[in-house]
Write a protein that binds this ligand. Structure first.
Ligand SMILES: *[C@@H]1O[C@H](CO)[C@@H](O)[C@H](O)[C@H]1NC(C)=O
Ligand SMILES: *[C@@H]1O[C@H](CO)[C@@H](O)[C@H](O)[C@H]1NC(C)=O
Ligand SMILES: *[C@@H]1O[C@H](CO)[C@@H](O)[C@H](O)[C@H]1NC(C)=O
Ligand SMILES: *[C@@H]1O[C@H](CO)[C@@H](O)[C@H](O)[C@H]1NC(C)=O
Length: 306
């Protein structure tokens, strides 16, 4: 495909360029969620590993706070190039996380229908949130999967999928045979539920499954007609989290982190939303916040508190 480049030298002297089919300055929203025991100014958090995940592949991050107005979320939606729903422990039926996730999901569906590309990524709880939003009901099953690394059981559809088609064959082979994907969840979308739920089946293509020995569940999916992606497992942990012995850090495991991030960010580069001004963008970026070291007492090495 041929493309031409548009550049503008803006007031502060830096050239701002976009090619006609690619945005090389993507900004991705990472959704915050309620902390378990709120304190003043510490009522919501983002684990820093999700921020590093996105940054490692060449995007900047804006925290998406909970409890904002629909108007604020809509404005932010039109300023950013994708959104990531992290893992965590809040309700996918009623929480500030759920409310924001639902608003961005609906805005993303409408935008993508108009040809305005906007990727949505759900990891673990975020994956479960996507399942809930798409099916409109709680469709998860209990599984024994809290703290275990597993190889992916790829489906026939994985090979031609948007997500995996750019992966090196040796990484695909490693993902299929070595326990490189870390699972920390008690709820899963059972394959049997997926197969009997038309809303889910028509919307998502299953790219991998796993089992806890009893229940087979969907571990990776992508939407057929939308840039909406989910992993029940944690691609960000392999490179960035060290507090649990079952998180894999082998060279292939760390490559899995970066190839997943690279794919998501490549989707965000297809979005041309932007902030109204550089000042607005600067004010929104996560660089205005500092992560705190929590690895000695919690599951995450660093978190951002809001
Ligand atoms: C909460 O944050 C605001 C704004 O940063 C600050 O003015 C205020 O002192 C903080 N309150 C506490 C209890 O830390
Ligand atoms: C969000 O709103 C709920 C309900 O009003 C409140 O309990 C909670 O403290 C708020 N959290 C944040 C981070 O604003
Ligand atoms: C859960 O899975 C672990 C292995 O990951 C196993 O050791 C344990 O026995 C299982 N528990 C139950 C109740 O099946
Ligand atoms: C992978 O999934 C297929 C299809 O559900 C199943 O038949 C097979 O037993 C699974 N393999 C493993 C190792 O779980």
């Amino acid at each position: 495909m041929s493309s031409f480049i548009l550049c503008a030298v803006l007031l502060w002297g830096l050239p701002w360029c976009v090619s006609a089919d690619r945005n090389d300055r993507p900004v991705i929203g990472v959704l915050a969620q309620e902390v378990y025991e709120p304190k003043p100014n510490q009522s919501a958090y983002i684990a820093a590993s999700y921020v590093k995940f996105v940054e490692a592949a060449g995007a900047r991050v804006v925290p998406v706070m909970i409890n904002q107005t629909l108007e604020d979320y809509t404005k932010l939606f039109n300023s950013i190039n994708g959104i990531l729903y992290p893992g965590g422990g809040v309700s996918i039926i009623s929480s500030g996380y759920q409310r924001a996730a639902k608003i961005f999901y609906n805005l993303a569906i409408e935008a993508n229908k108009r040809g305005d590309h906007f990727p949505v990524w759900g990891t673990c709880l975020g994956f479960e949130q996507l399942v809930y939003l798409t099916s409109g009901k709680f469709s998860l099953s209990h599984t024994n999967t809290s703290g275990v690394a597993l190889p992916l059981n790829f489906t026939e559809d994985a090979k031609g999928s948007r997500m995996f088609k750019g992966f090196p064959p040796e990484l695909m082979a490693a993902l299929a045979s070595e326990p490189l994907t870390e699972n920390s969840h008690q709820w899963s979308l059972a394959t049997r539920t997926y197969n009997t739920n038309e809303d889910l089946k028509n919307f998502y293509k299953v790219l991998s499954t796993n089992t806890d020995g009893t229940v087979e569940f969907v571990s990776t999916f992508e939407a057929y007609d939308y840039p909406i992606y989910g992993t029940q497992w944690h691609p960000e942990k392999n490179a960035f989290e060290w507090t649990r012995p079952y998180i894999p850090h082998s060279p292939a495991a760390v490559k899995a982190t970066f190839y997943m991030a690279e794919f998501f960010v490549s989707e965000a580069r297809k979005s041309f939303h932007r902030f109204e001004s550089v000042e607005e963008e600067n004010k929104a970026l996560i660089y205005n916040h500092s992560p705190v070291y929590t690895g000695t007492k919690g599951a995450f090495e660093q978190i951002y508190l809001f």
